[in-house]
Design a protein around this ligand. Structure first.
Ligand code: HEC
Ligand code: HEC
Length: 249
């Protein structure tokens, strides 16, 4: 009985430190920038957020006003980044249209902006005079929803008007699969590099009578000269076929 206990003590004595050591190695160190609302206030104006967003009634209305809730008492920079991410597509597009570039932000700056957006006190003193002179009178006062009509950031609507977004997703995925699995033997994009063991995908697409269905069916049965992709499923073959046919000119 006694020796048993000693063994248990020994096991615990050996295991606990080694377990702790293993955990120390596994967990990366968490670094959270310290939010500075005053710097955020400066950035909000100088980075040009104010061109499209109003605070305290000062600024544009292309995007939603970013007034803090009167009772807000916490700052969560990660949550704030997630909130910006939701508006990312519209913002990146409008910013490059208005400024000619997309606003770049460091982690510290996002955290400072989050603090300013969460601080009713700092916001209450935000006025026109905070806006750099070059930016005054530059605010966009049309809400984004009104601009959305002509929103075609990548020319996708005009180029592929007959395809819905779901299909663009399929083609994009197909392209990624092709890049991963097919380039050793095929030229997979319109003019790019790739192997010449098999025909270039663009030329497969250009062939008389080629269709998505035909390519998908061809891919889903084994061929003597081509590896059988057991890791790919019917869904993948459809996406690959959608991508290949998108190369048809
Ligand atoms: C050129 C215009 C423009 C600029 C500049 C701009 N935004 Fe935006 N922003 C928008 C638009 C438009 C939306 C809304 C997108 C939508 O409705 O999908 C948006 C959305 C947001 C959202 C999400 C709002 C919500 O619904 O909660 C946040 C947060 C935000 N922007 C913060 C910022 C910050 C911080 C800056 C400066 C670093 C900035 N924006 C610069 C146009 C802009
Ligand atoms: C190891 C080389 C190799 C790889 C990797 C490869 N292929 Fe091929 N592929 C070939 C060869 C060789 C042919 C010509 C076979 C024939 O005509 O029998 C071919 C033919 C084709 C054709 C034309 C069929 C037709 O109608 O003539 C398609 C479509 C095709 N491959 C798609 C793919 C896709 C999609 C991938 C990636 C998932 C891929 N291939 C990966 C070698 C390869």
């Amino acid at each position: 009985m006694r020796t048993m206990r000693i063994w248990i003590y020994l096991a615990v004595a050996v295991l606990i430190p080694s377990f702790a050591a293993a955990q120390e190695v596994a967990a990366p160190k968490l670094v959270v920038p310290i939010p500075d609302a005053e710097r955020g206030r400066f950035l909000f104006a100088s980075k040009g957020c104010v061109v499209c967003h109003a605070i305290n009634g000062v600024g544009g209305s292309a995007g939603p006003a970013l007034d803090a809730a009167a009772d807000s008492s916490t700052v969560d920079p990660v949550d704030f980044a997630a909130r910006m991410w939701r508006g990312a597509a519209a913002m990146a597009f409008l910013q490059s249209m208005e400024f000619g570039y997309q606003i770049a932000l460091t982690g510290n700056e996002i955290s400072d902006l989050a603090a300013f957006i969460a601080s009713p006190e700092r916001q209450s003193t935000f006025t026109e005079s905070d806006i750099p002179e070059v930016m005054r009178g530059w605010t966009i006062d049309e809400p984004f929803s009104a601009l959305e009509e002509e929103w075609d950031p990548w020319g996708i609507d005009s180029a592929l008007s007959d395809l819905d977004v779901g299909r663009i997703g399929n083609m994009t995925r197909g392209y990624m699969l092709a890049e991963r699995w097919c380039t050793t033997c095929h030229v997979v994009d319109a003019e790019g590099e790739g192997g010449d063991v098999g025909p270039a995908f663009a030329s497969v697409a250009a062939r008389e009578g080629s269709s998505e269905e035909a390519i998908r069916d061809w891919l889903s049965v084994p061929h003597p000269n081509m590896p059988e992709f057991l890791n790919l499923n019917d869904n993948d073959f459809s996406d690959l076929a959608a991508y290949i046919m998108s190369l048809k000119r």
